[in-house]
Design a protein around this ligand. Structure first.
Ligand SMILES: Cc1cc2nc3c(=O)[nH]c(=O)nc-3n(C[C@H](O)[C@H](O)[C@H](O)COP(=O)(O)O)c2cc1C
Length: 332
């Protein structure tokens, strides 16, 4: 039934549909309806065969929610109750920001794909810290952190440090987002010129704070192989933990709805599955923690991400198009 409601909500403007669906999910969770509708599959999905550990972290299963679904941590308990093995909230920046003018999210219903140019709209790190602190969900939660739009030079690096300082007591891992195509020049942080300064500052800060959880770098699917290899080398040099492959892409495949071909922003969903799985395979490294994300809509997609080197898998578009039953489709 919830899937039917989700389907109807999808007929609305994408951002309105997103917020309404999450609010409804939260309401259903708060009044115990999720359980009644047996949407909360936790017990089945937390069987021994699905479990995964990385250092001190214990994941109930390998399927997580990707960054961007719950940017401010407003829906942690409700999303957690659906049976995901981990949640990633954010992207959060130090100061609140509105993001780009609307409309800024466009769905290609036929190709199960989305273009977004939200531009890190979020309520700021203090608001997110408060939500993380008051959560009841006991599974793994990571924070995906980024820089404010107006920060340049050293201020941009400081933005990541501010987020780590504010959130380190409340999260299990951090994702360093250098790959959103919607914050001007953010992807420059992939380059040799910037990545070592950024990672050196992060390493220094987590040591000073005594934060021992994983630090992951979320990469773009649009970078050259030599750029990605350099990032891998730097991740290892600074003894950080791993990579999330990938964020959305600036490619515009011919198949994409003609009306969306000229929309700026990042493409997600089925149309980037192959691209992001190819990148995953290229960066996969058995000495690192690797999360695969991009176009996962089925059990086969999930398995393929794992066989291409992912330890864990995240979904965004699949969850938006298929609703909560996707978890059962993949893990059931
Ligand atoms: C509307 C929308 C908002 C997103 N916001 C974020 C974000 O804030 N931070 C981030 O790292 N990725 C963000 N992403 C990217 C997703 O986390 C994911 O990496 C990408 O969509 C590929 O996965 P998918 O094909 O399953 O959607 C967003 C994606 C969409 C569609």
């Amino acid at each position: 039934m919830i899937d039917l409601i989700f389907k109807l909500l999808r007929l609305l403007e994408p951002e309105i549909s997103h917020v309404l669906s999450l609010k409804l999910l939260k309401l259903a969770h708060n009044i115990g309806l999720l359980r009644l509708l047996s949407l909360s599959y936790s017990a089945n999905h937390f069987s021994e065969k699905n479990k995964f550990s990385y250092e001190k972290l214990k994941f109930n299963n390998r399927l997580g929610i990707a960054a961007g679904i719950d940017k401010n941590g407003d829906y942690i308990d409700a999303l957690g109750a659906l049976g995901f093995g981990f949640l990633e909230i954010g992207t959060v920046t130090p100061k609140p920001q509105l993001g780009n003018p609307k409309p800024r999210v466009f769905r290609d219903q036929k190709n199960f794909s989305v273009i977004n140019r939200l531009g890190f709209n979020n309520k700021g790190v203090k608001y997110v810290a408060h939500n993380l602190k008051k959560r009841n969900y006991s599974g793994v939660v990571g924070a995906n952190i980024g820089a404010n739009k107006n920060s340049v030079g050293q201020d941009r690096i400081n933005d990541y440090i501010i987020c780590i300082k504010e959130l380190h007591q409340y999260v299990d891992y951090f994702t360093i987002n250098i790959s959103s195509p919607n914050t001007p020049n953010l992807r420059d942080l992939h380059s040799k010129e910037y990545i070592s300064d950024l990672l050196a500052s992060i390493k220094h800060e987590i040591e000073a704070l005594g934060f021992t959880g994983p630090i992951l770098i979320k990469i773009s699917p649009d970078e050259q192989l030599n750029v990605l290899e350099n990032i891998l080398q730097e991740v290892k040099r600074f003894r950080l933990d791993g990579i999330i492959a990938t964020n959305s892409s600036t490619i515009r495949p011919n198949k994409l709805d003609k009306n969306l071909q000229n929309e700026e922003g990042g493409l997600s969903g089925k149309l980037i599955y192959k691209l992001s799985t190819d990148i995953l395979e290229k960066v996969a490294d058995k000495d690192l923690l690797i999360i695969g994300v991009g176009g996962v809509f089925s059990k086969e997609d999930f398995k393929e991400k794992i066989s291409n080197g992912a330890n864990l898998v995240q979904v965004y578009s699949g969850f938006i198009f298929k609703g909560p039953s996707l978890i059962k489709t993949i893990l059931g």
